[in-house]
Design a protein around this ligand. Structure first.
Ligand code: NDP
Length: 299
C-alpha cells in the first residue's frame, strides 16, 4: 500500500498563517513589531538564496527584517562588531548568521557572540544546554519543523521507537533531544553505526539527516513507519546538465512500505523557514516578557 505523503508545504502554510495572526495581535495589543536581522558573509549563491527567502518571508508576515551583507574577506572582528551592534538594537529580536562562513572565521566564536535570547537558530551553547535539560530555550528550526510534522501525522509520540540518522549539531543531536522529551525511545545512528538497515527496521519513526542521496532503502523500513526526510542533495545529470534536489530517502521504494513519508522538496524544507519565523515571533514575546501572547510553535 502506498504511504501517505506528509505535505510540508501545506502544514508550513497553516503555521505561517497562524504566526501572521499572532504578529498582528502583538502589534494591536502591545504596539511591538518583531524584527529579524540576517547576516550574510560573502557571495555563496545558495546562501544568498536562503537569505533572500528568509527576509522575504519575514516581511510577508508583517515582521521587520534587515539584511546585513559583509564581503567575503571580512574579518572576524568586523563580524563580531556587527553582531554586538545587532545584539544591542532594541528593534531586533532575532539574529541569525547564515552558515557556512567563508575563510578563517571561527563559526563557534561567532555563534557564541549572539545574545542567546536573540539566537533564533537555537545554536548558541546556552540554548543547546537548555534543550538538553528539557527547559524552554530556542529549539533549532529544522528539528522543530520535524517535530511539528510528526505531531501533525501521529499526535502523541509517546513510547515510539525513533531512529535519528545523523548526529550533526544543527539537526541530528537537537532532534534526538526533542524526541526524547516527547517520550520516544531514541537511537542516533551515524557513519560508524553497525547493521544500519537492521537498526532502522525497528523504528516506528525514522528521520534521515545524512546528506547522502537515497541512502535509506525500502528494505530498511518497518511496515507502517513514519519517515521524515531532512536531506537536501543536488544531483546534476551529466548529459543534460540539469539538476534536481533529492532527499536521503529512496522515495519510490520507501513510499511502498512506510505508513507516511515526507517528500523532497516540499517536506521538511518549508517547515524549517516557518519555524524560523515562529522562533522570531517567540523571541520577541520572550524579550518583552509578554506572557499573554499565544505560543507560535504550539502544535
Ligand atoms: P552533516 O554533514 O553535518 O551530518 C551528516 C551526518 O550524517 C553525520 O552525523 C554523519 O556521520 C552521518 N552520515 C553520513 N553518511 C552516513 C552513512 N552512510 N550512514 C550513516 N550516517 C551517515 O549534515 P547536516 O546534519 O547538516 O545535514 C544533513 C542533511 O540535511 C543534508 O542533506 C542537509 O542539506 C540537509 N538539511 C536540510 C535542512 C532542511 O531545512 N530541510 C536543514 C539542514 C540540513 P558522522 O558524524 O559519523 O560523520
Amino acid at each position: 500500500m502506498a504511504a501517505r505523503i506528509i505535505d510540508g508545504r501545506a502544514i508550513a502554510a497553516q503555521l505561517t498563517e497562524r504566526i501572521s495572526d499572532d504578529v498582528a495581535l502583538l502589534k494591536e495589543r502591545h504596539g511591538i513589531t518583531p524584527g529579524l536581522a540576517v547576516v550574510l558573509v560573502g557571495q555563496d549563491p545558495a546562501s544568498q538564496i536562503y537569505v533572500r527567502n528568509k527576509v522575504k518571508k519575514t516581511r510577508e508576515l508583517g515582521m521587520a527584517s534587515i539584511r546585513h551583507s559583509l564581503p567575503e574577506d571580512a574579518s572576524q572582528e568586523e563580524l563580531l562588531e556587527l553582531i554586538n551592534r545587532i545584539n544591542c538594537d532594541p528593534k531586533i529580536h532575532g539574529l541569525l548568521v547564515q552558515l557556512p562562513l567563508p575563510g578563517p572565521i571561527d563559526e563557534a566564536s561567532v555563534i557564541e557572540a549572539i545574545r542567546p535570547d536573540k539566537d533564533v537558530d537555537g545554536f548558541h551553547i546556552s540554548n543547546v544546554g537548555l534543550l538538553s535539560r528539557g527547559k524552554r530555550g530556542v529549539v533549532p528550526c529544522t528539528p522543530l519543523g520535524c517535530l511539528m510534522l510528526l505531531k501533525h501525522e501521529l499526535g502523541s509520540l509517546e513510547g515510539c521507537d525513533a531512529m535519528v540518522l545523523g548526529r550533526s549539531n544543527i539537526v541530528g543531536k537537537p532532534l534526538a533531544n526533542v524526541l526524547l522529551h516527547e517520550n520516544c525511545t531514541v537511537t542516533i545512528a551515524h557513519s560508524r553505526t553497525r547493521n544500519l538497515a537492521e537498526q532502522c527496521r525497528r523504528a516506528d519513526i525514522l528521520i534521515a539527516a545524512v546528506g547522502r542521496p537515497a541512502l535509506v532503502k525500502g528494505s530498511w523500513i518497518k511496515p507502517g513507519a513514519t519517515v521524515i526526510d531532512v536531506g537536501i542533495n543536488r544531483l546534476t545529470d551529466r548529459n543534460t546538465g540539469r539538476s534536481k534536489i533529492v532527499g536521503d530517502v529512496d522515495f519510490q521504494q520507501v513510499s511502498q512500505i512506510a505508513g507516511a513519508v515526507t517528500p523532497v522538496p516540499g517536506g521538511v524544507g518549508p517547515m524549517t523557514i516557518a519555524c524560523l519565523l515562529a522562533n522570531t515571533y517567540q523571541a520577541c514575546c520572550r524579550i518583552h516578557k509578554l506572557d499573554d501572547m499565544p505560543d507560535a510553535s504550539r502544535v
